[in-house]
Design a protein around this ligand. Structure first.
Ligand SMILES: *Cc1c(COP(=O)(O)O)cnc(C)c1O
Length: 382
């Protein structure tokens, strides 16, 4: 994809970045952000992609996607302030957190964003006072026990409950513009999207019956990436989704809210060995990055990141990679075979753009790993 001298993930580039900026580093490649965005946009023609900030809410990602033509999906006051500070037009943003405080609604409206998501009567009532300036989507739930993170466990109303919400909205004078769903992050296969689109097709007719013609279907995020092995063929993954969308009325505006798919492949972490010890016949390597840092996704996001040493010598030996904190849970992997590493040797964690840096802690006062954003080999200051 990139010439080696332009690829910040090439081993020589990683070494030189660590020499210059120190370790650990979260190396963010904006060219890969663009590549992922365009790949998904090509696989879902006619669908407006609203990048969900949650997996990697970094200003360089937002400005890169803005320049590529993306829209944005916000879930908190902090996220609306981030995009607003970067000059993103409010008309290109939606707020999709199904449960919010009145202050969040007001802050978001103040930023100019007028489209929100609800999934229950109490949430709907919060919009009575803002009825003249908002248009809502009803989030419907479709359980997906297959997805690694089944978001429908926590949010969304049953398809059977939509009718009642529509009646309540009509009574309160609140405008419903359409429906949304989220099949769950890192979806295993496209079947859940297809089923959800088909159910929503029926439900959209009811939306129209109760108010103005339904104008939006938002098919959420969940588009998967591969954490080892061949990359996901997103064009093939989306083929059945495209077919299901093609059966909807042409007047319907289609939206998706990808997060992981755009962010995950676009960052690696570079880390180094702080110390080592032999315990029970294995080499333990203590790294300057761990589960309380960017590898928190191994706990919260249920993902195992590929880790590769850039250094090391000799035959592979049973090894353990541990994080820097004093907590014994802070172990990245106990079942590895690695060449013998020395203090200061470098390792790289791949596919680390999504749900990693954003949710890292500063436990033990190890500061959050520094983010370096690069574009075609050039360091982008943000
Ligand atoms: C987290 C989230 C997303 C992004 O999901 P991915 O699986 O990362 O694509 C999109 N929409 C909503 C409402 C979310 O909560």
């Amino acid at each position: 994809m990139l010439a080696p001298e332009q690829d910040p993930f090439a081993p020589e580039a990683v070494r030189s970045l660590v020499r210059r900026f120190g370790s650990p580093l979260f190396i963010l490649d904006l060219a890969r952000i663009r590549y992922q965005y365009h790949a998904l946009a090509a696989a879902l023609p006619g669908v407006d992609l609203h990048y969900a900030l949650k997996p990697l809410p970094h200003p360089a990602v937002v400005t890169t996607l803005d320049a590529a033509g993306a829209c944005f999906d916000l879930a908190s006051t902090g996220e609306s302030e981030l995009v607003r500070g970067l000059g993103i037009a409010a008309q290109r943003c939606i707020h999709t957190h199904p449960v919010k405080r009145d202050i969040d609604i007001r802050n978001t409206l103040h930023a100019g964003v007028t489209r929100f998501v609800v999934d229950n009567p109490d949430e709907l009532r919060k919009f009575e006072r803002y009825a003249h300036q908002t248009s809502l989507l009803i989030r419907v739930c479709f359980r997906s026990p297959d997805a690694r993170c089944d978001l429908s466990r926590k949010f969304g109303c049953d398809p059977e409950a939509v009718e009642e919400l529509l009646r309540l909205a009509a009574r309160l004078g609140v405008r419903i513009g359409g429906l949304s769903f989220h099949v769950g992050s890192q979806a295993e296969n496209p079947a859940m999207y297809v089923q959800a689109i088909e159910v929503c097709q029926q439900l959209l007719e009811r939306v129209t019956r109760h108010g103005a013609p339904a104008s939006i279907l938002d098919i959420g995020g969940g588009f998967p990436v591969s954490y080892g092995g061949a990359p996901v063929d997103i064009e093939a993954f989306c083929a059945p989704i495209r077919a299901a969308l093609a059966r909807l009325p042409a007047s319907l505006r289609l939206i998706a809210e990808p997060g992981r798919f755009i962010a995950a492949p676009a960052a690696i972490t570079a880390m180094s060995v702080m110390g080592r010890a032999q315990r029970d016949g294995r080499w333990w390597y203590y790294l300057d990055e761990g589960l309380y840092g960017c590898f928190n996704g191994q706990l919260f996001d249920h993902v195992k990141y590929p880790v590769t040493p850039l250094d090391g010598r000799g035959a592979p030996l049973p090894s353990v990679l541990a994080g820097p904190t004093c907590d014994s849970i802070d172990v990245i992997d106990e079942q590895l075979e690695l060449p013998r590493l020395r203090i200061g040797d470098l390792l790289v964690g791949s596919m680390m753009g999504a749900y990693t840096w954003c949710s890292a802690t500063e436990f033990n006062f190890f500061p959050k790993t520094r983010v370096l954003a690069l574009d075609r080999g050039q360091w982008v200051r943000v």
